[in-house]
Ligand binder design. Sequence first.
Ligand code: FES
Length: 253
Amino acid sequence: MEENTTAIETKMIPIYVMGKRYMVPEGLTIMKALEYAGYQYIRGCGCRGGICGACGTIYRKPGDYKIYSALACQTAAEPNMVLTQLPFYPANHVPSNYAELTGVPEDIYKLYPELFRCVACNACSKICPMDVPVMDVISLLKQGNIEKAAHEAFDCIQCGLCASRCFAEMPQYHIMQLARRLYGGKIAPKAQHNAEAAKAVREGKFDSMLKELMAMSIDELKTVYTGREIEPETAGDDWKPTETRWLLPEFQR
Ligand code: FES
């Protein structure tokens, strides 16, 4: 009988990393293409899932004047792209005592007065691989609107590419992070159910459950964990687990 030996051929494409040409299989992410080319990540790679911001990359395409940005772990390598990773870009982070901040715009102005050097060129927004409207966020902060700025900046993953393009030499990603922290900790209304849950923990409501868990072997814990009841994705607001012993009183009704 004739053996079926049809091999699937992998198409190879050229990419240029810091000026050097490599042939890599088509379809790889930039990160995997770099690894295929022999680079070993010690820094410049974290989550591999588009969350940590460690793999900021800039590149150009032949015959195209534009500079492009990407996350190396999320973007496919393209033929003839000329790239380099910028996993870190120096930007001043001003230490502050968060407890002393009150959630007013002046908190930000005192720590990052360079915010007012913004010339509204929008280069920061254009390079952002997460499509955060960085310039608009800075503008909102200049207007004192921390809440809206925090919402607009929600997708920032701190890759720092914005700072690499800034005429005003400001660290937008640190400023946006401060805005989110101020909004989350000092401005947004407190979640009452969280406060009640924390109170219940402090009052010992879960002590016996914890004792029970701590007395279990690893295998028993695995069984309990894998057998746990999970809220279905389609559950409505009135969904409750079968075991209601550990719910706060208001949720037991
Ligand atoms: S490795 Fe974390 S965002 Fe790419």
